[in-house]
Every structure is written in structure tokens, then in C-alpha cells.
Write a protein that binds this ligand. Structure first.
Ligand SMILES: [Zn+2]
Length: 304
């Protein structure tokens, strides 16, 4: 098992037992056939996961071949911003507005940025951006190497699936109070899928249109993920180009823009958005909710 320093990224991806997964970390490819334990995937500056997770019985496979993006777009691009950080409002929102793009903002409701900017989150939701669910308290696994920062009362290793489910459903209620919406998507804090007594994602899946980057019923090209930190615009653009080649979704999970943590410079972010704008005839940039509603409709309805 490949294990890199995780302190800076604080990320873990757990993968269910029944999947074979190829994980690509900064060019290093790791294949695991027997995923009996959590996979810790870590890199110093950024990482990219190309999940080839397939369910043993892939219910949607037959219809996925027919899935076309609207307007013959080559790929969909979901720009998302986690943890309710103010730099996202200060830098990302003006840049998105400049180009007319909509994105998804996954609020951790206990974070100070949620409360202090409540009116601004409400405004951007009214403007068509998605407020996604990122739980109330952002519980992560403290037992993973490099997770010293996880507070004991927010250690998912000691929380049950039922507790996580209740927390996440309550978060949905709070989000609905902010944006009046009843449909949204979810991003697992730290990419952790397991509570003390099992996989909590499976318990909440029905509450959401989709789970960011974890839709094992779909082909891997729909779950391409990049969580960038301190990378240049070219790196971001190359990731989108990869999705264009595959015809799937480029999921870019930002945290801070220019400021805060796990940050990408405003310049790199602007360069990415300029590329997306220059290629707006080829790329569908939208909220994860809108993109996945399209995917869901096309993969659950009978083939035409
Ligand atoms: Zn987070």
C-alpha cells in the first residue's frame, strides 16, 4: 500500500470491499484488488483520484452508453468549494459571476463562515449556485495518519451511522431554511465513508441527488476528482482536458482561493475559468446538482 504524507491534504478515500479501484496519485498508479481497509491517499501538493470503482452488478451500465451531455458538450465540469470559507465568496464568486458560471458550495454548517456570511450564502443560492451538504460538524477519522487535527468530539471513528445520518438530515433542514431548496448533493468531509459501525454514505444516499465523487453505479469517468492545493492554472486545465477526452465529469474540489487553507491562487483559479469560458461551446459548467440530475434522468429512465 502506497502511503504518502497526509498532513497537508488531510484526505482519505475509503472504498467498499466489492470494488476494484485504480488510484492515480500524481502519476503513481496504485492498484488494489483487496480493499479490506481504508485507503489513505495522500500527496504533498495535490492529488487526483481516478476511481475505476465498479459495482459487481452495475445496474446503470446499459444506459450509460447512451448518456449524452446537452448541446453535445464533450464533458461536464463541476466546480465545488468546501467548508464555507470566506475566500470563496471574496474570490471565487466574482470570478464565476464574471463568466456566468454556476458552482456548488458545500457548507459545513458549524463553521464560522456559514454564520458570518449567511446573507451572502443566501444570495448566491438565489443566484443559482448550489448550497451542498457537508454535514453540521465535519467529522473525520482521527485514526488516519496525519489527522492529529481532528477534535475528539468530531472523530467519526466514534460516531455511529445513525448519528451521522441524523446530523446530515439536520444539515439538510438548515440548508433548506437558507435556500428553500429540497434537492441537493453531498460531499463527504475528508472523503471518509466509514463511521464506527459501517459505511454511512450508503445510509444517506437516498437523501441526495448524488454523492460527490462516489457514485459506484456509474462508470468511473463520472467520478473524476481533483482536490487541488497550490497548483497552477495549467494543472487545473489539464485535468479538465482529461475529462474532455473521456466524456465524463471533471470534479474540482476547491477549498481556499488565494486565502484560507488548501488554497489555490486567485490567478490559477482565474486561468481555469478563462479556459472554461473560452471553451464554453465544448464544456458544460454547472452545479453538481444540475449535472447529476441530468445523469440520473438519463441513467434511470428506460433507454430511448
Ligand atoms: Zn471539508
Amino acid at each position: 500500500m502506497l502511503k504518502l504524507d497526509g498532513y497537508k491534504l488531510k484526505k482519505q478515500f475509503n472504498t467498499p470491499l466489492q470494488f476494484n479501484t485504480a488510484l492515480q496519485v500524481q502519476g503513481l498508479v496504485m492498484l488494489r484488488q483487496n480493499l479490506a481497509s481504508a485507503i489513505t491517499l495522500l500527496a504533498l501538493s495535490s492529488f487526483q483520484v481516478t476511481s475505476t470503482a465498479y459495482a459487481a452488478t452495475n445496474l446503470a451500465t446499459t444506459n450509460q452508453a447512451d448518456l449524452k451531455w446537452p448541446n453535445n458538450y464533450q464533458a461536464a465540469v463541476s466546480l465545488s468549494y468546501d467548508d464555507a470559507l470566506l475566500s470563496q465568496l471574496n474570490y471565487a464568486i466574482p470570478a464565476l459571476n464574471k463568466h456566468g458560471f454556476k458552482a456548488s458550495f458545500y457548507l459545513t454548517l458549524s463553521n464560522s463562515g456559514t454564520q458570518t456570511a449567511l446573507a451572502r450564502w443566501r444570495d448566491i443560492a438565489a443566484d443559482g449556485h448550489e448550497l451542498g451538504n457537508h454535514t453540521l460538524f465535519h467529522a473525520c477519522s482521527k485514526s488516519i495518519e496525519g489527522r492529529e487535527w481532528v477534535e475528539p468530539h468530531n472523530n467519526i471513528d466514534t460516531k455511529t451511522v445513525a448519528q451521522m445520518q441524523q446530523e446530515i438530515e439536520t444539515a439538510n433542514t438548515f440548508l433548506q431554511a437558507i435556500d428553500q431548496q429540497t434537492e441537493r448533493t453531498f460531499t463527504p468531509p475528508c472523503g471518509d465513508f466509514y463511521a464506527a459501525d459501517g459505511n454511512y454514505i450508503d445510509a444517506i444516499r437516498e437523501n441526495f441527488v448524488a454523492i460527490k465523487g462516489y457514485n459506484p453505479q456509474l462508470a468511473p469517468k463520472f467520478d473524476l476528482l481533483l482536490m487541488p492545493e497550490n497548483v497552477d492554472g495549467e494543472t487545473l486545465i489539464n485535468f479538465v482536458k482529461q475529462a474532455q477526452q473521456q466524456g465524463g465529469i471533471a470534479n474540482i474540489l476547491f477549498h481556499g482561493i488565494e486565502e484560507d487553507y488548501l488554497s489555490v491562487s486567485n490567478q490559477a483559479h482565474n486561468e481555469l475559468l478563462q479556459y472554461l469560458s473560452d471553451n464554453r461551446d465544448l464544456l458544460w459548467v454547472d452545479t453538481y446538482l444540475n449535472i447529476m440530475q441530468h445523469v440520473k434522468q438519463r441513467t434511470t429512465a428506460p433507454a430511448q
